[in-house]
Design a protein around this ligand. Structure first.
Ligand code: ADP
Ligand code: MG
Length: 240
């Protein structure tokens, strides 16, 4: 099996808090990994480090067997959907404009239509981004992440504040990308049920890694799920 990501002993210390403590993780090609963890668990910090946006960490991060501090080539193979941005209703960019921003070469213009169709937003292509619903905007950002044919797609808590119908469509799109197009997906969420349904691997993160392995192993172990839920609930109460 081809390793696409290998993280070893990743520790991120911010001035006030240790966001990640000795996290080690392997993602193989074709995996659909759900990273579950409560608010403040370090999910976004993990992604920021993997994307090279946070460089102050201890440990190593490798993509395709290469340390990301040595080479930025891996970024070409990566599509990233950040936590949901918000637009003014009249912000003057169309759906097509946003997707085009993701494109590296002008010559791949045809690919824009293809991803718009794949994400069910082709008929919205001339609309302003700010006029769209949360679910539609989200599909636009996935299209932007996909327009360069990435091998890996990283999504940070993608369904926060989105209606159920859009969530269902979104999940079926993710399943298709992973199953048919063989895109490796790394996705953070706090929806245990959704992770159970979609992901074949699970990482439970709460600054340290509580569990990492096949989702079946995690979800078929009631004690483990209970332990995890109690630990993250405590964390939640602690923060609110
Ligand atoms: P999650 O995405 O799981 O909610 P984050 O990675 O955003 O968790 O945050 C983990 C912890 O690190 C939190 O306590 C948060 O306040 C803190 N944190 C996140 N980003 C920064 C930053 N840039 N500088 C300082 N502290 C941060
Ligand atoms: Mg986050």
């Amino acid at each position: 099996m081809l390793k696409v990501v290998e993280i070893n002993n990743l520790t991120v210390q911010y001035p006030d808090v240790k966001a990640l403590d000795n996290v080690s993780l392997v993602v193989n090609q074709g995996d659909f990994l759900g990273i579950i963890g409560p608010n403040g668990a370090g999910k976004s910090t993990l992604f920021a480090s993997m994307l090279g946006l946070n460089t102050k960490y201890k440990g190593t991060i490798k993509f395709f067997d290469e340390d990301i501090k040595k080479s930025k080539n891996y970024l070409k193979e990566l599509g990233y959907v950040p936590q949901k941005p918000i637009f003014e209703k009249n912000f003057p960019v169309t759906v097509t404009d946003v997707v085009r921003m993701g494109l590296r070469k002008e010559s791949d213009e045809n690919k824009i239509d293809e991803v718009l169709q794949q994400l069910w937003i082709h008929e919205l292509r001339e609309r302003r981004i700010g006029e769209l619903s949360g679910g539609q905007q989200q599909r636009v950002f996935i299209a932007k992440a996909l327009v360069n044919n990435p091998k890996i797609l990283i999504l940070d808590e993608p369904v926060t504040g989105i209606d159920q119908q859009s969530i269902d469509l979104f999940y079926s799109i993710l399943r298709e990308l992973n199953f048919k197009q063989k895109i490796t997906i790394i996705w953070s969420s706090h929806d245990l049920d959704a992770v159970n349904k979609l992901a074949n691997h699970v990482a439970c993160l709460n600054r340290t890694l509580f569990f990492h392995g096949e989702s079946e192993k995690f979800f078929s172990d009631d004690d483990l799920v209970k332990q995890y839920s109690e630990a993250s609930m405590q964390e939640h109460m602690h923060h609110h």
